[in-house]
Design a protein around this ligand. Structure first.
Ligand code: ZN
Length: 289
């Protein structure tokens, strides 16, 4: 099953994708939560209702797809998790997963432009397999990690390289607003038997930049869950962005940073694709509250 968050007629809610249609779950199964985190928290019984209800379908081209989890409780990302990417950065292969956070406010829709920041021109893409957590959990052994995975999605771990590399932590360089495009949906775990055999490709303006397979992950999805849950509770809706293969812009010779008007497309077998253009960060100062 493919689960989406979408906007239509002024409200945002969740749906199930069937071919080129979205079943509006708020209408087809009114007892279900209409927001993805609450829906995932409702567990197996909610998933069964979502999978079996019918009617209330909208053409997918008539809705606006949002990030499947609008505001993931946590976005955890992994640095240097493909050997060819380790090599192109000139860094050492990590013996322990290199974990960092992207702020949850960076979550962004699968087909909407992300920002070239006012503060930098060193903008880069990172195509990645995303794991969405489905159950609150702690101390999950690797061989039980499947039980806590709701499904899989695509993420672009957009990176502002100068901000990422000029200080000791990646927190700011990885977390500019709009810098975690994700989606287009969550493919539930039962529909994706083996997350470690999926081709992953990234194009910029139609040029193939990254081409790998998730079998090349140094620390696979299950090991990452074991590692992360050693320290803290994982919760429904948390996103683990599992790392990017070789072929990022900063490692090209000469480096090729993204600029206004560029279009980044990422595809992963068995999931789909996301495509986002680059736009200049809007000029206004935003005061909220
Ligand atoms: Zn990354």
């Amino acid at each position: 099953m493919k689960l989406v968050t979408f906007s239509h007629s002024g409200t945002t809610r969740i749906g199930r994708v069937d071919g080129d249609q979205v079943v509006d779950l708020a209408a087809a199964a009114p007892d279900l939560p209409t927001e993805m985190v609450s829906f995932l928290e409702a567990g197996e019984s909610a998933l069964e209702v979502a999978a079996s209800c019918s009617g209330h379908a909208l053409p997918i081209q008539d809705v606006k797809l949002c990030a499947p989890v609008l505001r993931p409780p946590k976005i955890l990302a992994v640095g240097l998790n493909y050997a060819d990417h380790v090599e192109e950065t000139g860094m050492k292969r990590p013996e322990i997963p290199m974990i960092f956070n992207k702020q949850s406010t960076s979550a962004h829709p699968p087909h909407e432009a992300f920002h070239l920041p006012r503060a930098s021109t060193a903008l880069d893409y990172e195509g990645e397999l995303g794991v969405v957590i489905g159950k609150r959990c702690r101390h999950v052994p690797r061989d039980r990690a499947r039980e806590v995975i709701a499904g899989y999605t695509i993420a672009n771990d957009v990176s502002v390289r100068d901000w990422q590399l000029r200080v000791q932590t990646m927190t700011m360089g990885k977390s500019f607003d709009t810098h975690c495009p994700m989606g287009p949906w969550i493919v539930t775990a039962d529909d994706l038997e083996d997350p470690h055999s999926l081709d992953l490709k990234t194009w910029v303006n139609g040029d193939l930049r990254q081409s790998s397979n998730t079998k090349n992950l140094i620390f696979d999805c299950f090991s990452l869950i074991e590692h992360l849950s050693t320290a803290f509770t994982l919760e429904p809706g948390d996103l683990i962005s599992t790392g990017t293969p070789g072929g990022v812009g900063i490692a090209m010779k000469p480096p090729q940073m993204l600029t206004e008007g560029d279009v980044v497309r990422i595809s992963i077998d068995g999931i789909g694709e996301i495509e986002n253009a680059v736009v200049a960060e809007p000029p206004e100062t935003v005061l909220i509250g």
